[in-house]
Design a protein around this ligand. Structure first.
Ligand code: ZN
Length: 210
């Protein structure tokens, strides 16, 4: 039997609704896609329910699930991709928030680099937005995984990848979108913002260098 910390849930709901409005206003959550979560305790997380316009979320659009993705005191369905959120929290005990969006740049970059299997972002000042990075003189590698509707299989594939190559900041799914995270929602939002900007840089550079 799980006990839900009502204060933590209230804060999580606020953070999720705020993030939804921001990401939606920037066009990153088309057609009810995308999902967000916040950790409530070592065993529980608050996550968006399935569907819903992410720019118009209300407190009733957020539900509590355990780390296996099972609803707690709720009969509704969580977001289809909840298992990927659970996987991120289970493998990173310090994680406080996970965000997943489907922006144009994220989707195009995922397709462009799917065959290579990763995107390399190097020598950008904005790399300092990623936790643990203090200089532009570096590069980070974001893996691109093949898309599937089988979230259990995808979580397993990501886990296998992490055994040999840790994924510190996030990953892309081919033709789909990005997952990134942080110790809290503000760090997750900052990383997502940085990814979005750097992906747009890569796409513009590609056009200009032709
Ligand atoms: Zn998605």
């Amino acid at each position: 039997m799980h006990t839900i910390d009502s204060k933590a849930l209230e804060r999580a709901v606020h953070d999720i609704i705020f993030a939804g409005r921001e990401f939606s206003s920037r066009g990153w959550t088309p057609a009810t896609s995308s999902n967000f979560s916040v950790r409530l305790s070592p065993e529980l997380l608050a996550v968006t329910v399935s569907g819903k316009d992410k720019g118009a979320l209300t407190p009733s659009d957020v539900m509590v699930v355990d780390m296996a993705g099972a609803p707690v005191n709720d009969t509704r369905r969580p977001s289809a991709e909840t298992l990927l959120h659970c996987h991120a929290y289970r493998s990173r005990p310090d994680l406080g928030a996970v965000v997943h969006t489907h922006s144009l740049a994220q989707t195009i970059v995922s397709k462009l680099f799917a065959e290579q299997g990763y995107v390399e972002l190097g020598d950008y000042e904005l790399l300092k937005a990623f936790s643990g990075t203090a200089t532009h003189e570096t590069s980070i590698r974001i893996p691109v995984f093949a898309n599937t509707q089988d979230m259990q299989a995808l979580a397993t594939r990501i886990g296998e990848h992490e055994k040999s190559s840790p994924i510190p900041h996030g990953y892309l799914i081919d033709g789909h979108g990005i997952y990134t995270w942080g110790k809290d929602m503000s760090e997750a939002r900052r990383q997502l913002d940085a990814f979005e900007f750097l992906f747009q840089c890569e796409l513009e550079l590609r056009k200009l260098r032709r």
